[in-house]
Design a protein around this ligand. Structure first.
Ligand code: SAH
Length: 383
């Protein structure tokens, strides 16, 4: 399998600065932290609430739009609290505009992506938690290039706030205007960036103006299965949905598909998942990419069924989205149907994930990969 360098350095950014974290942003801080900072800047504390109401309540990210603030105050606060974190490089739409993908360049030249998905009853954003990923799953585009760096809390939150603004502008026809769901299924391993991801979740669920006011139940954290971090997450006062990227029911195959399995085995990671379900009362999602002749055999469906039967869980089968240069393909539909049938026969709730965004390289890391292939072409700036 060819390895693609997915996260190119911007030509004007010296290598030494590439892994640098971005400047602080209001979304890095809770409301009390913002108030303390604003006071330090010599402004009255209530300004923190005013700016936060713009950002989280009205989804206004540009200080120029905060017209109820005196111009000098706006400049001072914008400099300290609202640095530009995400510069759109490309925005692509498909599914009649119901799916929109954004590719962002970060301050150090790293590229990350997010996806906005509109449904009749809800609006979901899929966001990234790291630039690149260190987990090296061989079927995942992001996994091929390794980790560039963790995203800051605000870089994570700002993806959701930006796309919530796009949804609020009515851009997603046939869907509610309000963002309701967030899934950590973009680039990166969220539990490998634990403190920033949990801080970001706190911003997403805090009521405005502290945060976006989403429901904890509407946030999904997807993980390869970092067992200590799953256990730690179960102890937080956050009942978010846990999705576990299992992809194989046996250690021999999972060691290859999800290399972190060499450290925490199937039995161990499922144990942690069931403890998470018990502590939070939330059904754990089991993610299983259907890969032709690799993990889609009837015996593997039966083994998976035995592991999951009677548990508080739901299986999401994901038709593999083949990455450029990959030797793997999606399972044929009849094979997929038989897999579903066997899981359901074992009493396990199972659905096949819809394949939103295929035409816009919706799978993990593929837009960033395409961007890398095109670096000598002029890029549309959509800022
Ligand atoms: N690191 C986290 C979240 C990122 S990916 C995790 O692994 O869970 C979100 C989901 O997409 C994971 O289940 C991942 O295994 C899956 N995925 C990655 N590449 C894929 C591909 N090419 N086709 C189908 N699913 C893929």
């Amino acid at each position: 399998m060819t390895s693609l360098p997915l996260i190119p350095a911007a030509p004007d950014v010296p290598a030494a600065r590439r892994a640098a974290m971005p400047p602080r942003h209001l979304a890095d801080l809770d409301l009390a932290g913002r108030q303390a900072l604003v006071t330090e800047l010599g402004e009255p504390a209530f300004r923190a609430k005013q700016v936060s109401t713009h950002y989280f309540g009205r989804l206004v990210r540009d200080p120029a739009g905060m017209t109820d603030l005196p111009a000098a105050t706006r400049d001072r606060l914008a400099g300290a609290l609202l640095p530009t974190l995400l510069t759109p490089v490309r925005e692509l739409a498909c599914d009649d505009g119901a799916t929109r993908k954004a590719l962002w360049r970060l301050h150090d030249g790293s590229l990350v992506e997010s996806v906005l998905m509109g449904y009749p009853d809800r609006v979901t954003v899929c966001i990234s938690s790291q630039a690149g990923c260190g987990m090296a799953c061989p079927f995942c585009a992001t996994g091929q290039a390794g980790l560039t760096r963790n995203l800051s809390t605000a870089e994570i939150v700002d993806q959701a706030v930006y796309l919530a603004g796009v949804a609020a502008s009515g851009a997603v026809a046939g869907s509610p205007p309000r963002l309701s769901h967030v899934v950590f299924m973009g680039m990166g391993e969220p539990l490998a960036n634990y403190s920033r991801v949990t801080a970001a979740i706190r911003r997403l669920v805090a009521p405005a103006p502290d945060g976006l006011g989403l429901s904890q139940r509407h946030i999904t954290v997807s993980t390869v299965g970092l067992v200590p971090a799953i256990r730690r997450l179960a102890g937080e006062d956050l009942s978010v949905t846990l999705a576990l990227s299992l992809h194989a029911p046996d250690d021999e195959l999972r060691d290859e598909l999800v290399p972190v399995n060499q450290r925490w085995k199937v039995a161990e990671v499922l144990d942690a998942a069931w403890d998470y379900a018990a502590r939070t009362g939330r059904r754990v999602s089991i993610e299983y990419a259907m890969i032709k002749d690799v993990n889609d055999q009837p015996w593997r469906a039966d083994l998976l069924g035995r592991l999951l039967a009677g548990r508080l869980t739901h299986v999401n089968l994901i038709p593999l989205n083949p990455t450029p240069g990959s030797r793997w393909d999606a399972s044929p539909k009849p094979v997929e149907r038989e897999f579903v049938r066997r899981l359901r026969a074992a009493g396990v709730s199972t659905t096949v994930r819809d394949t939103r965004g295929r035409e816009i390289d919706g799978a993990c890391g593929q837009l960033a990969a395409a961007e890398d292939d095109d670096t000598d072409m002029p890029q549309e700036a959509t800022a």
